[in-house]
Design a protein. Structure first.
Length: 405
């Protein structure tokens, strides 16, 4: 039995569409294969071929992620799939290691993924490093206590994607987590649900001055019939962005017009205050939602691309333990000054020690170094270095990305 690992070519797309659909319990369809052909270059996917047949694959979409007013090259991992009859034979593990090397060669500094299998990806260095919470509520139970200026809700279809993109770019620029979204991302990942093809509805909130200041994208989802409730629909928000308080309030007010939906479900950054703006906060359920697992693919490149938002120059050393990316493993001297950070190879005992896993939530600002040290994620050999690291890894916003990939 021969096993070959290689990037996919155009002739492999049909097999990949079949593999990915069956691994996720979907039906392979001709439309899906065609869409894959149109929007995903085959060599964004690495495959494991057993006797010429594709049995496992892993894809990385190249994009960029905003942080502290800058951006760094980012790889979105997904899907990752193996045919059921070939699982637990190490095919996907090998593909993940190959992807780490390939991403580094391509200049990708950081990578992210969404998964229910944390322990699988932890072993390759990914770690939860972004936060989200989910609100669920019924429109009739919620009254907002604060009113904003009136604006217009303007429906927009996929051909108007640039109108949303203009708002999104202004929103993303200073933030921590938003991804660069090219046109196909808008058309096939925002205006449509990529997997199901289900169309989403989009509206722009436009101020009386005519300035577009926010947008919302959502779809209704039929609920199964149950004897207590009957049938019905949930309303699931895919994306919601506002640049001003008036737009923020206007978008929420629009959602509250959906009096048939039960529930309305919205995912927001951890510091979103909507629940506090309503008359009875107990009517808004606040649930944990899935933030991405992140991996620092290339310590040197990632730190060099990460803007520093502190005032004073500082420096410390850290030992990074990385079992699947040797180029990261070892001691680094980190400096931060004049809006920039750098990492250079160093030696000797390091001020701080941590795994590449726990570097990810520090890097994104999901967990502060002093909190990481207090909970055993980070070992401190020189206490003064902990203050320096805490200042160095400060962020302008908590990490949040409104994409699922
Ligand atoms: C998850 C999936 C991709 C794993 O593929 P696989 O080829 O069986 O994985 P591997 O054999 O390479 O496993 C590598 C290691 O991870 C472990 N592992 C595999 N799947 C795991 C899981 N779901 N959770 C935790 N650990 C897992 C394996 O035991 C193995 O450990 P070992 O090296 O100590 O033996 C495959 O089960 C699959 O296609 N599932 C359905 C689709 C899916 O869930 N995709 C991932 C979505 S993020």
């Amino acid at each position: 039995m021969s096993v070959e690992y290689r990037p996919l070519g155009p002739e492999d797309v049909e097999q990949a569409a079949y593999l990915e659909a069956t691994a996720f319990y979907d039906q392979p369809t001709a439309e899906r294969t065609e869409l894959m052909r149109q929007v995903i270059p085959p060599d964004w996917t690495l495959g494991a071929f057993v006797s010429g047949r594709l049995v496992a694959d892993a894809r990385v979409l190249p994009t960029a992620r905003r942080i502290n007013g800058g951006q760094l090259p980012f790889g979105c991992v997904g899907p990752v799939a193996c045919l059921a009859e070939h699982r637990r034979q190490g095919y996907v593990g090998r593909l993940m290691r190959m992807w780490l090397e390939r991403m580094r060669e391509q200049g990708t500094a950081l990578s992210g993924l969404h998964t229910p299998h944390d322990s699988l990806y932890q072993r390759f260095g990914w770690e939860r490093a972004e936060g989200r919470k989910r609100y669920t509520f019924r429109a009739k139970d919620v009254m907002i206590r604060v009113r904003g200026a009136a604006g217009a809700m303007v429906p927009v279809d996929a051909d108007g994607w640039q109108r949303l993109d203009n708002i999104y770019r202004r929103y993303a620029e200073p933030r921590n987590g938003p991804l660069e979204r090219p046109e196909p991302w808008w058309r096939h990942g925002i205006f449509r649900h990529y997997e199901s093809g289900r169309r989403q509805r989009a509206f722009v909130w436009s101020a009386a001055s005519g300035d577009d200041q926010g947008y919302i994208v959502y779809a209704s989802q039929p609920l199964g019939w149950d004897p207590d409730r009957g049938g019905g629909h949930a309303l699931v928000v895919r994306d919601m962005v506002s640049l001003t308080a008036d737009a923020y309030l206007g978008l929420w007010q629009h959602l509250l017009g959906h009096d048939l939906a039960r529930p309305i479900a919205v995912e927001v950054p951890l510091d979103d205050p909507f629940w506090q703006l309503v008359q009875d906060p107990w009517n808004v359920n606040v649930l944990r939602a899935e933030g991405a697992m992140i991996r620092v693919v290339d310590v040197e490149r990632a730190l060099a691309a990460r803007p520093y938002v502190g005032e004073r120059p500082l420096a410390f050393t850290m030992r990074v333990v990385d079992h699947s990316a040797a180029w990261n493993d070892g001691v680094w001297r980190v400096e931060a000054a004049d809006g920039r950070m750098t990492a250079e190879r160093a030696s000797g005992e390091a001020d701080l020690e941590l795994s590449v896993n726990f570097l990810a939530p520090l890097f994104t600002g999901f967990i502060r170094p002093d909190r990481a040290a207090a909970s055993g994620m980070l070992k401190v050999n020189r206490p003064a270095a902990l203050d320096q690291a805490t200042a160095a890894f400060a962020v302008t916003h908590p990490p949040f990305c409104n994409d699922l990939y």
